[in-house]
Ligand binder design. Structure first.
Ligand SMILES: [Zn+2]
Length: 349
């Protein structure tokens, strides 16, 4: 499927069809959600699956957006929601989840260079306590594992080849997305023992995440803004109502106090339709948010129909597919109900 998409996208781009398509009227808003950007070569002891583009690819993507579509800001989207206005033309919006340090070091300079607004969603406890998400810790354990096999779900899983290790990570990521919070914490401790690898130090984890000073600087930069990604990045559909409300309220209040600005937007962790519910949307409204963003849920057509399920897609590494997703989004629909980051590596970014 991926190969066919690439061929079709490259064909459209090389032929005049793509130029003609650009002239066809469309009222769309494509929101591209990034997690991590890498410098030259992708080299990490944590989750390689959350890296979307290299910094050079990111620059090409931003140059394309600036030249060919209307690039919106968080305030523009709030305006659209408040007025109920329809979308006009081809629009794009750039967001980042999880608060990784490369967002500040690599992405922000390019966003400034091309005057591209962006919204960064921060899980407050991860920054405050310098702790990476479960997807990074799982990858760290598996990457450093000394054992040839580990016991997972009552069966022995081999860890001898890179492919074995990738399969083990996938299995664990899928489990963690649906496990209750208490079980998922227990699993990480067990996995540490089974792999014979200690948890990475706070100092090592801190290196991967933005500091509050860096987040403040982003909040104070024209066009750039901060949103909440909950307190602890728990999958909201796996927790009780009162816990969900706390995750939404406490993160907003904390960010507002820390950054001395209004926090209007929330991105639901993982973000696919299995990861949040109608209850989440009601709670987000009650917690004072104006906008709620889902993930890997597609493109917004004509108008923002639900301000607490604003759809986002992953960035495609291939520039031709990236362009098609923005110019002709209906061609490759990306509405996968089980999608969401952290375990959906095949979808990229
Ligand atoms: Zn996230």
């Amino acid at each position: 499927m991926k190969g066919k998409k690439k061929l079709l996208a490259e064909f459209l781009e090389k032929s005049r069809l793509f130029n003609i398509a650009r002239k066809i009227p469309a009222n769309t808003l494509t929101i591209i959600n990034y997690h991590r950007i890498y410098a030259n070569k992708l080299d990490t002891e944590f989750d390689a699956g959350v890296f979307g583009s290299s910094v050079n690819e990111f620059e090409q993507q931003m140059a394309f957006l600036q030249k060919h579509v209307n690039v919106l800001s968080e305030q523009d989207i709030i305006g659209l929601v408040r007025t109920g206005k329809s979308l006009s033309g081809r629009n794009a919006f750039v967001t980042f989840d999880d608060g990784y340090r490369d967002n500040y070091q690599l992405a922000v300079p390019i966003l400034k260079k091309y005057h591209i607004p962006a919204l960064f969603f921060i899980p407050t406890k991860n920054i405050e306590e310098s702790t990476l998400g479960w997807w990074d810790i799982i990858s760290y354990f598996i990457n450093h594992a000394n054992e040839k096999n580990i016991l997972l779900n009552e069966k022995f899983v081999p860890l001898q080849t890179p492919e074995n290790k990738e399969n083990a990570k996938q299995e664990l990521l899928i489990y963690m997305k649906t496990a209750r919070h208490e079980e998922s914490k227990k699993l990480l401790t067990e996995l540490s023992a089974r792999c014979g690898v200690k948890f990475p130090s706070r100092a090592v984890q801190r290196e991967e995440l933005m500091s509050w000073e860096q987040i403040k600087e982003i909040a104070n930069t024209d066009g750039l803004s901060i949103g909440s990604h909950t307190v602890s990045h728990r999958v909201l559909s796996t927790i009780e109502n009162h816990e969900e409300l706390r995750e939404l309220q406490d993160s907003r209040i904390f960010l507002q106090q820390k950054l001395s600005c209004e926090i209007n937007s929330i991105a639901y962790p993982v973000g696919g339709y299995h990861a949040f519910s109608e209850r989440t949307k009601r709670n987000a409204h009650q917690a004072g948010y104006t906008l709620g963003f889902s993930f890997n849920t597609g493109t917004n057509y004509n108008t923002i129909t639900d301000s607490f399920d604003i759809k986002r897609i992953s960035p495609e590494k291939n520039l031709s597919i990236y362009k098609v997703n923005v110019i002709l989004p209906r061609l490759f629909t990306n509405n996968n109900p089980f999608a969401g980051r952290h375990g959906e590596r095949s979808e990229g970014g």
